[in-house]
Each structure stands twice: as C-alpha cells, then as structure tokens.
Design a protein around this ligand. Structure first.
Ligand SMILES: [Zn+2]
Length: 158
C-alpha cells in the first residue's frame, strides 16, 4: 500500500481489526511517519438505483456516505459510525436487482433518527425538499413527538 502523503511504498500495518463486514487496518509510512486507515470489504452485489424520474443509476457507496457526512457535519457522530450506517444499508439492499432511491432515503432517515436528531432533520430536509413538503413537516414532528407515550398517571386510592 502506497503512502497517500509521500508516495513511499514502505508502509506497514500497525493494527488490524475485524468489523461486521470489513477489516480495518491502521497503517504507518516508514518514511514520513504518516498514519492512515484502509478498509478491506467484500464487494457486495448492489442493486441499480431507480430515481424518481424513472432513470437508473449505479449504486454509489460514496454518494451515500457523502450525504450522511453532510447531514452529520459538526455533530457528535464518528466517521466509523457513518461508515457503519452505509454498511448496514448495503447489507439491507444487497442481492436485489433494483431499489427505489426513496427507499434508500427512508432507510437512512430511520438510522439517523435514532442517532442524532439534527443530522436526521438535515438529511430529511435535503432528501424530501423537492417532492414532499408534508413529509418533511412530518419528519420534524416525529422528532418532537416522544418515542413512547408518557406513562399514565395512576390515581391513588386513599
Ligand atoms: Zn509517507
């Protein structure tokens, strides 16, 4: 593996860790000391994405990750958590031939909602802006609404 900073080929692995569906390796350049991380993962057979206008495009992991990164900008969400969301989404849809882009958006929203409310609303606003204003309002209201209804007060019999 070539060092991304100086181009040297004298790099070594300092740590290797297995995650759900990837192997994460910490590497260090012997020449300039630069440390970087690489991921080795199974190449999943991903479906074509059917866009709203009916056209199809290739599944794009980076595009998905970028959308999540923008939503999580300056939020307390680690990069490895974002990677994990994408891993889980890929796992969810892999093996299918086609998937609607709206289904992917909904799946991301579902994950962000439990992770970080601000990231969730940001993602929802970008994702729902063009075709569903009511859906956006509903998304915001879902965050405001408590997940579970508060427990009923049991009147005391004195
Ligand atoms: Zn280097």
């Amino acid at each position: 593996m070539r060092c991304p900073k100086c181009g040297s080929t004298r790099t070594r692995v300092t740590d290797s860790r297995e995650t759900t569906n990837a192997i994460r390796r910490r590497r260090k350049c012997e020449d300039c000391g630069y440390r970087f991380t690489t991921y080795e993962r199974i190449e999943q057979v991903m479906p074509l994405v059917v866009k709203r206008d009916g056209t199809r495009e290739e599944w794009d992991r980076n595009k998905l990750l970028t959308g999540i990164r923008l939503a999580c900008n300056k939020r307390p969400v680690s990069y490895s958590t974002m990677q994990q969301i994408v891993d889980e989404i890929e796992e969810q849809f892999s093996g299918r031939q086609e998937v609607d882009s709206s289904e992917i958006g909904q799946a991301v929203m579902k994950k962000l909602r439990v992770l970080d409310e601000v990231a969730y609303i940001r993602f929802a606003s970008v994702y729902l802006r063009f075709h569903d204003v009511n859906g956006f309002i509903e998304a915001v209201e879902q965050v405001r609404r408590p997940q579970k209804p508060p427990e009923e007060q049991i009147p005391m019999n004195i």
